[in-house]
Design a protein around this ligand. Sequence first.
Ligand code: SMG
Ligand code: MG
Length: 369
Amino acid sequence: MKLTGFELRRVAMPLVAPFRTSFGTEHARDVLLVRALADDVEGWGECVAGLAPLYSSEYVDGVAQVLRSHLLPAVLAAGELTAAEVARVLQPFQGHRMAKGAVEMAVLDAELRAAGMPLAAYLGAVRDAVDCGVSVGIADDVGRLLDEVAGYLGEGYRRIKLKIAPGWDVEPVAAVRDEFGDELLLQVDANAAYTLADARHLALLDAFDLLLIEQPLPEEDLRGHAALAAKLATPVCLDESIVSAAAAVDAIALGACSVVNVKAGRVGGYLEARRVADVCAAHGVPVWAGGMLETGLGRAANVALAALPNFVLPGDTSASRRYYAQDLTTPFELRDGRLAVPRGAGLGVAPLPDVLEELTTAVEQVTAR
Ligand code: SMG
Ligand code: MG
């Protein structure tokens, strides 16, 4: 594919309700979209970075800066290239995986649209719909949390993930288990909020038959996760720590996790995300699709990813209305606790032009120098 340029677009997306995690509360997303432009076709990429570097070191203004100054000029200078070659062109630039992932996604969408192939088919999907879970933020009190969980279960979600943090862990988990029973698929996500000194406290969660505890310790602490995993009956799942397929191999070899949350943005794109899933499968480690409050664009790609063979647990692939009153694309709707995998070429969805215009706060062009 010969690209003629890129467009960087910032889109203001208010959340239907604040989303509180161990690292902060989000009220809206300031989404950075990357639009790849070729002669007859275009493609869309969505960057998952947040406003501030709290989930990881990347943040949306930093991503825009590295894209316009370094990554996009390098891709444009490479001339004719395929999406699978984008990572190699960007390999000299250290880190910045969320930025790289957004570029690769845009080029991949353009390439697959031109070829008439759906992303799911390209990745190797084996399902036409995926089981969906929902990630429930830290609430003001347990009563409100139970109401929120009841609402989601009423909508049909097949698994509940509770965000936890010191001071909000055993009590809300016990209350949800007590209220909704032993059959509920339930897991927790700490977003790196604990230390190994909390091992005895975290072992109290073993009483609630959780599917997993996600990222209890800091991103770089693989040995700590291995030590913790040896003390817990609850399986340890890694999210922030798994920044590549190589990191997944190391984490598994160390005994730091027995489940992996796969997020394309975190690992530099959907192609590396598939490699993460592949190395996990080779080690008998199940995976599931994470989420970063994506718009319909990123959601379409996450649902395609979740349709791959080793994605055996429900993902954080919730319906559009869980996040946004007005999504950028035709909304994703839950049917019997599942989302349909898009069938159209590329992402299979595109921004609704009027909505995109209305929500856009800035547009900038990056063309070949
Ligand atoms: O997209 O439903 C979603 C959010 C899922 O909890 C979620 N994501 O650590 O897994 C995670 C968090 C990171 C995003 S917090 C803004
Ligand atoms: Mg997580």
